[in-house]
Ligand binder design. Structure first.
Ligand SMILES: [Zn+2]
Length: 139
């Protein structure tokens, strides 16, 4: 039996709940502005381009490119002590937005800028599924 999940978890609210529901359903969904079509992330109540409040949660391709990457060796939170070293990468989705995540399934220091990656969904608790990425070539 696994131990209880001890890492920090997001606070779900009416604004971000569709994102996390999408992850549970195996889809990376972001807000697409109903007025100008801009896809925004971080999740926000207003479009940063046209200030419209109207948006539709839209499934992304799940594919992107590593924009920035680093390996964490320091344990900043005790729940991560068995994870170091681990990779933290800023992934630019093909649709444009950038998300901080982890590139997994490969040695953490093997991830390079411009690597092609695709999303996978890591169900860490019954309620929480975290989007992570893996190199496209590693399938
Ligand atoms: Zn807009």
């Amino acid at each position: 039996m696994s131990e209880p999940y001890a890492k920090p978890v997001p606070s779900l609210d009416d604004l971000n709940r569709p994102f996390w529901q999408g992850c549970r359903a195996g889809e990376l969904r972001l807000q697409k502005c109903s007025s100008c079509g801009h896809i925004r992330y971080p999740i926000a109540a207003y479009c940063p381009q046209c200030l419209s409040e109207e948006a539709e949660w839209t499934k992304m391709s799940g594919r992107g490119t590593v924009f920035s990457t680093i390996v964490f060796h320091q344990v900043y939170h005790p729940a991560f002590k068995n994870d170091v070293p681990y990779n933290v990468s800023l992934v630019q989705l093909d649709e444009g937005p950038r998300l901080f995540s982890n590139v997994v399934g490969v040695p953490p220091d093997s991830v390079k800028v411009n690597d092609r990656v695709e999303v996978l969904f890591d169900a860490v608790t019954d309620e929480l599924t975290i989007p992570r990425f893996r190199p496209v070539a590693a399938r």
